[in-house]
Design a protein around this ligand. Structure first.
Ligand code: ADP
Length: 541
């Protein structure tokens, strides 16, 4: 027997329609590429998205067509999020930090017909135009006065002139909720990037999940600033969830440095921040250098890479903001696990609480997790035994765009490539990427634990542990450290400190210093590049 409830499909356009009807006046602020702050509102975003939808249709964009963006977090990008998906086309958010060969590959692979770009990326647009790719039209996300001159880009228009002649009336069409809505390629540390094709259904369900209290808790009571880029994994779904719940949104544009972020956080009274650890490192360093304590921020969501306990401490103890540590992937939309404490943790000491908070968190309803060993046997959730992490659920990819078979799916479970433990309370903890594990004498050493411990030592800004060849143990850990500006730490001091924190056989055989760690397109440390750089490193015997 079937239920007798309405068949309204789960479509992204309904989120915008709802925001327009019920959160009309809630502000949406963004820093423009030109510099000034652009003040909009959900009502205005909805109105301009309808004009844009008319413009896209007039341009010949049809259901299923891919429309690419090379853009920061800003209002026009937000309008593209809703208008492109709303007409049934697919928004392909391109990561401008990708190496050029990968950029070329994905624009070609996705067959993007139109490219919208911020003026910052005019050179990348010109590169794309020079490569005989499918892109036919270019739109600079600015107004006529700021249209870059002499670009020689075919059919170039500025965004404001493009939408100006079009009507504010547009009836968002209904279609199957499984229709593709957006496309994001993984940064592909080896081989070509792979496209993850989200659907309206997966996006809307993920939005509900993002808004849950035990999740990112996106809500009307918060002023939300996603530093996590809209060009990667839909800014963790924040734009959609914010439209749904009516959160004031503050978009930082190109200003991702500590000083620009702090200015916006304070002037807009931001209460909720979201981003990767490298961004927070910049903000914390800046605030320390100017002796500033944040006044309004209540929560900082940190994910994309392991959040060191020293960062949790800095936000919680110095700035009075709660840290929400989360784990996810491009393939999981991205939210998989989120760390919130249980009632049983309330009375624990700060140290015992930190042992919980440093973990990547518990699965949200909607996703299912398990661990398997090398032979695909399930391993226990005892907090000790580590295994390969697998995940399934309605916002987890089932395959990659235009790729028939892939070893990372078995039809039901997605193989994350992460090594993790899950404890009796279901807190998952990542110990490593499987390709980054350090194997000493047949046993794994968690590079994340080593790095977290090292970053607890004053004067250490960042740390990365890699395995280096060793005649007896096959591999031993080398710790690579970036010092805090002006700090005068030595390898011996760091090693002495680590002996108080780690098991003896986990201790790095050597500590090397470096000016900056190599970062990939999503702000993560490129371990592969470090391993190449230190391939000939001779550990002391
Ligand atoms: P890419 O690097 O291709 O952009 P993703 O953004 O999809 O890939 O990154 C997903 C990976 O990032 C995860 O598989 C995991 O290794 C790592 N990651 C994400 N969040 C965390 C976290 N909180 N702690 C440790 N690692 C994390």
């Amino acid at each position: 027997m079937l239920g007798q409830m309405s068949h309204q499909p789960l479509l992204i356009s309904y989120q915008l329609r709802f925001a327009d009807r019920f959160h009309h006046n809630i502000e949406v602020i963004s820093r423009s590429v030109e510099g000034p702050i652009d003040r909009s509102s959900w009502g205005n975003v909805a109105r301009r998205s309808r004009k844009l939808a008319n413009a896209l249709v007039a341009m010949g964009v049809k259901a299923g067509d891919r429309v690419a963006t090379l853009a920061w977090n800003n209002n026009r990008h937000l309008e593209l999020y809703f208008a492109v998906s709303g007409i049934g086309a697919v928004l392909h958010t391109v990561n401008p930090r990708l190496p050029l060969d990968q950029l070329r590959y994905i624009v070609d692979h996705a067959e993007d017909g139109v490219l919208f770009f911020d003026n910052t990326f005019v050179k990348l647009a010109q590169y794309i135009a020079s490569q005989q790719l499918p892109v036919k039209r270019y739109v600079a996300m600015t107004d006529a006065a700021n249209l870059p001159p002499d670009t020689h880009l075919p059919e170039l228009t500025d965004y404001e002139s493009l939408i100006a002649p079009h009507s504010e009336e547009f009836e968002w069409p209904d279609f199957d909720e499984n229709t593709a809505s957006s496309l994001c390629y993984t940064s592909g540390t080896s081989g070509n990037p792979k496209g993850v094709l989200y659907s309206h259904r997966s996006t809307v369900l993920h939005s509900y999940a993002a808004a849950m209290v035990d999740s990112l808790g996106i809500c009307a009571g918060d002023v939300t600033l996603p530093v996590v880029p809209m060009f990667h994994v839909n800014a963790w779904g924040v734009p959609y969830a914010a439209a749904m719940v009516g959160s004031k949104l503050v978009l930082p544009g190109p200003g991702m440095d500590g000083r620009s972020l702090l200015e916006l956080i304070e002037s807009e009274k931001v209460t909720s921040l979201l981003g990767v650890p490298t961004v927070w490192m910049g903000l914390l360093t800046h605030m320390k250098s100017v002796g500033y304590t944040m006044t309004h921020v209540k929560k900082v969501t940190i994910g994309g890479a392991a959040c060191p306990p020293s960062m949790i401490e800095a936000f919680e103890q110095q700035h009075g903001a709660r840290v929400i540590h989360a784990w996810g992937m491009t393939e999981t939309s991205p939210i998989g696990t989120v760390n919130t404490l249980l009632p049983k943790h309330a009375g624990l000491s700060a140290e015992a609480q930190m042992a919980v908070k440093r973990k990547q968190g518990r699965p949200l309803y909607g996703v299912d997790l398990r661990l398997v060993d090398d032979d695909h046997h399930i391993v226990p959730h005892d907090g000790e035994t580590s295994g390969h992490l697998q995940i399934r659920g309605p916002w987890v990819a089932s395959s990659y765009f235009r790729r028939d078979r892939d070893e990372s799916h078995d039809g039901e479970w997605f193989y994350t490539g992460d090594i993790a433990t899950i404890d009796a309370d279901s807190y998952m903890q990542i110990t490593d990427r499987s390709k980054d594990v350090i194997k000493s004498g047949g046993e794994w050493i968690s590079s994340i634990d080593l790095e977290n411990a090292a970053m607890g030592y004053p004067g250490v800004a960042q740390a990365a542990a890699i395995g280096v060849a060793h005649p007896k143990w096959q591999e031993r850990p080398l710790l690579i450290v970036v010092k805090q500006p002006g700090a005068d730490v030595t390898a011996e001091e760091i090693q002495a400190y680590l002996t108080t924190k780690l098991a003896k056989w986990w201790l790095p055989d050597a500590v090397a210093f470096i000016d900056a760690l190599p970062l990939g397109a999503t702000g993560k440390v490129l371990k592969r590049q470090l391993r190449e750089q230190f391939a000939d490193y001779k550990l002391p015997t």
